[in-house]
Design a protein around this ligand. Sequence first.
Ligand code: KG4
Ligand code: ZN
Length: 383
Amino acid sequence: MSDAYILGIESSCDETAAAVVRSGEKIVSNVVFSQIATHQPYGGVVPELASREHLKAIVPVVRKALADAGQTYQSVDAFAVTQGPGLAGALLVGISYAKALAFALDKPLIAVNHLEGHIHAVLLEERQKGNREIHFPLLALVVSGGHTHLYLAEQRGEGWSYDNIGHTRDDAAGEAFDKVAKLLGLGYPGGPIIDKLSTYGDSAAVKFPPSQIKHRDRREKSVRSEATDRPRFDFSYSGIKTAVLRYVETHGLQPSIEARRKALAGITKPKVEDYLARCDPRTLDLVASFQRAMVEDLMGKALAAARAYNAATLFVTGGVAANNELRQRFEQEAAMEGLPVYFPSQPLSTDNAAMIAAAAYPKFVVKDFAPADFSAEAGMALR
Ligand code: KG4
Ligand code: ZN
């Protein structure tokens, strides 16, 4: 089959993104317009504002992705767009635009699950490096602001099939980073700043009980799915957020947090030094201990699942996979178990459209095109 150039569009949350990928294995262009500045004052993504920002950005972002790739609307072979999961109003902007392009240019349109996109971000970059030795069954930990899922993936012809063997019962891991950062007056999004500040604190200073899920089987060694009787590896991160809050209250950190929040709000793009100048050692220890607890929990569960299901490969992907300590710990521990572990590069860990164009390629090959009446699916599952 000759090369296929797919233009991918992603608008599920707070990034408007477009990219051109060749045959699922080469990023030809990759443009991401982040709305962080819009949502920052609110300490989280405001859905209505996200839709409005996507509407403003979508045409210039797509034009830039085509120009950077030396392609045109006419020259690409197909369009791909995120169908879900995500914010319905945000998804609809990308979907409407992609539908209009496919209709006007009479080209195929492929609907992609955002979570499958995160998994294919890893595959895309491995292929780009020339690695074709990915073995199945493959375990994928998708860990982002909206999701914390474990999928067991198998290859089925050109495409993949997915079995969810774990998910969060409350907050997603990235959400916990964001909420703890907000609680400590560190701004939004929380993950990148907690990542940076953690190196300045003592990660053993504050002990968090292992974030066990509040589940009636919690005392049993492994939890099994009632439907399939297979082991499940669920997560729970609302408890650790409450534990941080309790620490703040019992140690009287509130006044310094308020002072920090006010001071940082007055700086347009605060640098690490700006945060460090406003964080006492106790806060830095708390931040480092929180990150350590999150990383150990994610890693412990992912590796236990890999053992239980005899996974041949581990993928760790999604925004939180950008975390430096998480990467190091997974690499160390997986190496000890002889399990190959792969991450996307940091730019491809967070939301982007290259992963959408890459995940669309196997569907393009088998002509699995979206029907004309498809719509956004905010709670779309991956199978
Ligand atoms: O994948 P993503 O861009 O969007 C979703 O699909 O949710 O992930 C964004 C999430 C945010 O919660 C952000 O705080 C987190 O990823 N994140 C990080 C890091 N960079 C982004 N969390 C921990 N460490 C990081 N370096
Ligand atoms: Zn995402």
